[in-house]
Design a protein around this ligand. Structure first.
Ligand code: FAD
Ligand code: SF4
Length: 528
């Protein structure tokens, strides 16, 4: 075909079999367009597994589209035009002379802007379709936010429960409450997650097929210096695999999800977590089928599924996931520049290697480099907490999270990082900074047992850096946090420290900061 009506742009995180783009398409006059552009793998220093996941899932999706009778114009990495969206689109517009370009609303602001520029450079209209993958439209989120002084996920979540009739009986939340978190979030006892009936099921992992092995070889050859390893790459890359992964989670791990969703254990990267964020973010799974699947499991076998576990899981997908997307689009592009705590330090080098004596950080970072995965509490209360209390510039923290996680897409990552974990948005996402001493990590994990530091000590040679930095953080931001009533107790405890103790803490915090930042050799390319 030399001339086409619509060029249908399918982006790497839009691998949706039920996309509105395909529903209205005419395979005789429309061409599907997909492109592996180098820019998408290098604008942050992407983990190799993140690159493989996107490219492998894209190539599988292109194969599926061709089986459905679509003509697919697919640019592979390494082709002359593969540098950027603009280059690839310009070349194909010249060749196919489309009347218009069509795309489903991109997830990231940066990509939307790049496409607008590329379409205008190619002198073609760009038609943007509503993204039906999400459970809350942009207009609905704007209406929810309108006139509210402060946004809170819990109220948004209740609206979503009502709207989609999830865990509702006759208009009321099942069991009488909206939220059962008090029953969740336990720590393991001393024996950890593996004795007897609590054994963590192995779970569904997917051996790379020939197509994925090709992608792995390409990525190793083109991005050899990028962080992470591919030895353990077993993520789902097709809808069929994603459905198996969903079923496996619902059958095997959902019953214990609530109990241990905040727990951490050395050498156990996945515990009872769903591992579904990659499939959701690539759109191999629809969030409604995920939450309905969880509800159906509970309704069919309530004796096997505690309501607290099911409600806790559904809240993550129906509540948090939709909420962060709403915040992202409400606040971008300014959101990216926020730095409410005026944090200015660079990210320590060990975030790229795991080479640190702080055992909790070593565990979280090493598993991230091995799998491209850490669960929410590891991201929030280990790597995120440390960066916030050290005073790392939020832009650098954001670029690290966007680079190293296989599920990282900016609309999900940025509000979680900059807002929830760094409090850089001054309270849009979280009502207070998630600041804590090493004792929180001691309570929720066994990391401290294998560490040279002591979580209860704030000063001295074996003081836990988290504990030292906690008091230092509160004292540095005392004034800014004083008006936040949720910080009252923490600030009163700060005031109980003697001036001598506080001085010693601040001195030790500065020495720690100097030592971790002096070790910087800047192995990664300079952040933007
Ligand atoms: P589970 O813990 O089993 O949770 C189930 C599902 O709920 C997830 O698959 C995810 O789709 C959804 N979910 C849970 N919490 C959140 C949340 N806070 N925001 C959005 N969705 C949520 N999630 C991403 O999908 N992409 C990111 O780039 C990302 N970056 C993050 C950065 C930081 C600093 C933090 C604190 C969290 C981030 N999250 C991100 C949220 C969360 O950590 C991951 O969704 C989760 O760890 C994925 O693993 P899982 O599928 O096993 O999730
Ligand atoms: Fe982390 Fe401190 Fe515990 Fe060591 S003692 S594992 S640094 S919290």
């Amino acid at each position: 075909m030399l001339h086409c009506r619509h060029l249908l742009l399918v982006l790497g995180d839009q691998l949706d079999c039920d996309s509105p783009l395909l529903r209205d398409a005419d395979p005789h006059s429309d061409v599907v367009w997909m492109a592996e552009v180098v820019e998408e793998s290098t604008h942050v220093w992407s983990h190799k597994a993140r690159i493989v996941l996107f490219l492998s899932a894209m190539r599988h999706f292109a194969q599926w589209l061709r089986e459905q009778g679509f003509e697919v114009r697919y640019t592979k990495l390494g082709e002359a035009q593969s540098g950027s969206f603009a280059q690839a689109l310009a070349a194909d517009c010249e060749r196919l002379e489309p009347e218009a370009l069509r795309v489903v609303q991109p997830g990231d602001h940066r990509v939307l802007e790049a496409l607008r520029l590329a379409a205008s450079a190619a002198d073609r209209p760009l038609q943007i379709l509503e993204d039906t993958h999400f459970l809350c439209t942009m207009a609905e989120f704007r209406a929810h936010a309108h006139g509210r002084k402060q946004l809170r996920m819990e109220y948004f979540y209740r609206e979503m429960r009502r709207k989609h009739d999830i865990l509702m009986d006759a208009g009321q939340p099942v069991g009488g409450d909206w939220n059962y978190d008090q029953q969740n979030r336990k720590a393991f006892d001393k024996q950890g997650p593996n004795p007897g009936p609590r054994d963590i099921p192995e779970g569904a992992f997917f051996e790379p097929d020939a197509l994925t092995r090709d992608v792995i070889a390409d990525v190793e050859a083109r991005f050899p210096k990028h962080p992470g390893t591919l030895t353990h790459f077993r993520w789902p890359v097709t809808r069929q695999q994603a459905l198996l992964a969903l079923d496996d989670f619902l059958q095997q791990r959902l019953p214990r999800f609530g109990d241990f969703q905040d727990a951490m254990w050395a050498g156990e990267p996945f515990l009872f977590h769903a591992r579904l964020s990659t499939s959701l973010n690539l759109k191999l799974l629809h969030p409604l089928e995920v939450v309905q699947g969880a509800e159906a499991a509970w309704r069919q076998r309530p004796q096997c599924y505690p309501l607290a576990a099911v409600e806790g899981f559904i809240r993550q997908v129906l509540g948090w996931r939709e909420y962060v997307r709403g915040i992202y689009w409400l606040a971008m592009p300014d959101y990216l520049e926020r730095n409410a705590l005026d944090a200015q330090h660079p990210l320590p080098d060990f975030y790229w290697t795991g080479d640190t004596q702080m055992h909790c950080l070593r565990q979280a970072i090493e598993q991230t480099l091995a799998h491209g995965y850490a669960h929410h509490i590891q991201r929030l209360m280990v790597t995120g907490l440390y960066a916030m209390m050290l005073g790392v510039h939020p832009r650098q923290v954001h670029e690290w999270y966007l680079a190293v996680y296989v599920d990282a897409v900016e609309w999900a990552e940025l509000p979680n990082t900059l807002g929830m974990s760094q409090y850089a948005d001054g309270g849009t996402m979280a009502s207070k900074p998630y600041a804590a001493t090493g004792k929180y990590i001691q309570r929720m994990s066994n990391y401290c047992e294998g560490c040279r530091y002591r979580p209860e000590e704030a000063v001295g040679p074996t003081a836990c850096p988290f504990t030292t930095l906690y008091w230092d953080f509160l004292s540095r931001h005392r004034e800014a946090l004083a008006g936040n009533h949720r910080m009252g107790m923490q600030l009163r405890n700060l005031d109980r420290l003697t001036p001598e103790k506080l001085e010693a803490v601040r001195h030790q915090a500065q020495a720690h900061r100097d030592s971790v930042l002096a070790e910087r050799t800047t192995k990664q390319p300079a952040p933007s």
